[in-house]
Design a protein around this ligand. Structure first.
Ligand SMILES: [Fe+2]
Ligand SMILES: [Fe+2]
Length: 184
């Protein structure tokens, strides 16, 4: 797929949700909006997520939950290293900044689940999902966020396809490189 085609498709999929650079301001005053976990990474993860949602035939509400999860997933980072609990911190920051107030509670539940668990122990996430309103859909959103995030590891040069959950994600590896060139 050429870059023009990609952008056309992306523009059709786009919802209009804006990724605010101010979300990436850290408690120590560091502006991380241009970091390896900043706006550009978030925009690429959103693109992967929305295109995956289409490929996988997500329901509209799952797609919406996935997009929110994608644009919020790293805003709570306080460090660009391992920062093991940053998913939980990102979910807390969503609420702290009031970003959730207009979101349907059912959609929000799955979005914040994916954000919270995207960087933690996967078995823990699988265990916890059973308490949610729609465990299967919640896990679909969770796995799609993780795959979208993993695909953008091309920016770090260490994408390991073995970590991708969906077969359709494996087919996006070349797209991930292309997206990195188009949206650096
Ligand atoms: Fe993350
Ligand atoms: Fe990320």
């Amino acid at each position: 797929m050429g870059s023009t085609q990609h952008w056309l498709k992306d523009s059709v999929l786009r919802s209009g949700l804006v990724i605010d650079p101010a979300w990436f301001l850290r408690p120590d005053g560091v502006d991380a909006s241009r970091s390896i976990h900043g706006v550009a990474h978030t925009e690429r993860v959103r693109t992967h997520a929305l295109e995956l949602a289409e490929t996988l035939g997500f329901d509209a509400w799952e797609r919406e939950a996935l997009e929110y999860a994608a644009i919020w997933h790293d805003i709570g980072r306080t460090d660009d290293g391992a920062d093991y609990y940053h998913g939980a911190k990102s979910a807390g920051k969503v609420v702290g900044l009031g970003l959730h107030t207009e979101v349907d509670p059912f959609v929000l539940e799955s979005a914040l689940f994916a954000v919270t668990h995207h960087c933690g122990d996967e078995d823990h996430a699988l265990h916890q999902a059973r308490w949610f309103s729609d465990p299967d859909a919640t896990l679909r959103v969770f796995h799609a966020l993780k795959d979208a995030d993993i695909l953008d590891r091309v920016r770090l040069g260490d994408l390991d396809p073995a970590y991708l959950y969906f077969g359709q994600s494996h087919e996006r590896i070349e797209t991930a490189w292309q997206l990195l060139r188009e949206m650096p």
